[in-house]
Write a protein that binds this ligand. Structure first.
Ligand SMILES: Nc1ncnc2c1ncn2[C@@H]1O[C@H](COP(=O)(O)OP(=O)(O)OP(=O)(O)O)[C@@H](O)[C@H]1O
Ligand SMILES: [Mg+2]
Length: 460
């Protein structure tokens, strides 16, 4: 762990006092008194920061440092040097140590240095994760689908990626429009350049033009300095205009000009700027209908729709559901460190018959929540139901599924209870949940969990 520290110094009093201070700071510290033990410790355990005395019996600091750099080069090593060993400290830095402190050691200094290095490691880790996240998101193999519709989409992506043509992606909310836009970008020659996304519906009408094309200082009251627009920021890369169907008419005119001439004019400027970029737009609106209603320019539509990619609703490609379920389970397994193997047959049946109004995003959310609650390796109806009314970020669309699963779940739990003669311990076992979870469910779903009196009466 980054917060694990190894302290190697042959002066017992110094090292014990130092270790005590570090521990008081909440750090986890291992102390050793000579070089050989230091090498031993580093071989066995990963330390974020090692504080190393340059002069030690056994193996001296330099030797230990070489060894650390050989086995765990990511370790941050701070050397402790005394008067007369400065040259050695310089050599240590060359060998990969990141800093040194002089004896007599000022505790505050060394504490600051340790903290800085721990922070550095945290940032490095975060950076690595972000990079992984980026490749994960941009990789075309992350778009799952075997349905003919999705096969068609893959083919379009591959064909259009190497060109400069404008692309219009259509489809309902949560069908994967942004994912497809990123895939086109990453497969294109400019894939290593910027991918700039703008959500046209999220920016107020008055600001959209300046956001897209930039502005000159003083062109309006709040324009206190020149500002580069998103078109310029995306130069050489891709500009993804999401929710283009929400773009106000006034801005559509300017956009049309930019798209036709491949030039933009910042607000308050008269000088056009050439822009070389790939344009991808997306919308969940029916643009031909918007055109008829006078809300979208026909000429802009044709300009953008050089290549049109339509993503069908999830319900029109149900054969993709099992693949998507598998994909998201794997994704959340790795994110949450779980080992979930899949969903039960009942869950799959429910998924296949459910009307996924929120499309793939909704399915992804359902699997995410189920992964959190699943106590077993297989996601069961009860895990889906554990959403409960307090579930995180429920959207309106989710509520429909919630109602459906609740009804299903209530019935299911009742059946299992009845099958086990209303014995809750046995029923909980059969359901694969803890007894307290079962009680919570009984309470929440208002299940009458007592043996029905009527059946008793019949027996008598
Ligand atoms: N075919 C797919 N395979 C794997 N994941 C997908 C697929 N389609 C969509 N997703 C995932 O579903 C979520 C929603 O996708 P995305 O944001 O691309 O949808 P969208 O169409 O842009 O939605 P909105 O219109 O609401 O903005 C994302 O997390 C995305 O990674
Ligand atoms: Mg989107």
């Amino acid at each position: 762990m980054n917060s694990d520290i190894l302290l190697a110094d042959d002066e017992a009093t110094f090292r014990e006092t130092f270790a005590k201070i570090l521990r008081e700071e909440g750090m986890s510290v291992t102390v050793v008194g000579n070089g050989t033990d230091a090498i031993d410790a580093v071989t066995k355990q990963r330390f974020g920061v090692v504080v190393l005395d340059i002069r030690m019996p056994g193996a001296d600091g330099i030797k230990v440092l070489r060894e650390i750099m050989r086995i765990r080069p990511e370790t941050r090593v701070i050397m402790i040097t005394a008067y007369g060993t400065i040259e050695m400290a310089v050599e240590a830095i060359k060998l990969g140590a990141c800093d040194y402190v002089m004896k007599p050691v000022v505790m505050d200094d060394v504490l600051t240095k340790i903290r800085q290095n721990m922070k550095y490691l945290d940032l490095q880790e975060e950076n690595k994760q972000l990079k992984q996240e980026l490749t994960r998101r941009f990789d075309i193999s992350q778009i799952v689908g075997k349905s003919p519709a999705m096969q068609g989409v893959f083919e379009m992506i591959r064909k259009v990626a190497p060109t400069k043509s404008n692309v219009l992606i259509t489809g309902k909310s949560g069908t994967g429009k942004e994912l497809v836009a990123r895939a086109i970008h990453s497969l294109a020659a400019q894939g290593n350049r910027h991918f700039v996304a703008v959500n046209c519906s999220a920016i107020p009408e008055g600001l959209l033009e300046s956001e897209l094309f930039g502005h000159k200082k003083g062109s309006f009251t709040s324009a206190i300095a020149d500002k580069k627009g998103l078109f310029e920021s995306a130069r050489g890369g891709t500009l993804f205009m999401d929710e283009i169907g929400h773009m106000p008419m006034s801005c559509q005119v300017k956009l049309l000009r930019a798209v036709e001439h491949r030039q933009i004019i910042p607000v308050g400027s008269t000088e056009p700027i050439d822009i070389d970029l790939r344009l991808i737009a997306a919308t969940n609106k029916d643009l031909p209908k918007e055109i008829k209603a006078g809300r979208f320019r026909e000429d802009l539509y044709y300009r953008m729709n050089v290549v049109g990619i339509h993503l069908p609703d999830l319900c029109e490609r149900k054969e993709d559901i099992p693949l998507l379920v598998d994909h998201f389970i794997k994704q959340f397994n790795s994110e949450m460190g779980k080992t979930c193997a899949g969903v039960s047959d009942a869950v799959m049946r429910l998924f296949m018959s459910y009307d996924w109004k929120g499309n793939i995003r909704e399915l992804e959310n359902v699997i995410e929540r189920a992964s959190i609650f699943a106590e077993d390796d297989v996601i069961k109806i009860s895990d889906i139901g554990l959403l409960g009314s307090h579930a995180m970020g429920l959207s309106k669309e989710d509520e429909t599924l919630q109602t459906a699963t609740k009804a299903y779940e209530k019935e299911y739990i009742r059946r299992v209870l009845s099958k086990h003669n209303w014995n809750k311990v046995d029923a909980a076992k059969a359901l694969g949940v803890g007894l307290s979870s079962l009680y919570r469910k009984i309470d929440e779903l208002e299940i009458d969990s007592h043996k029905p009196k009527r059946s008793k009466a019949k027996k008598q």
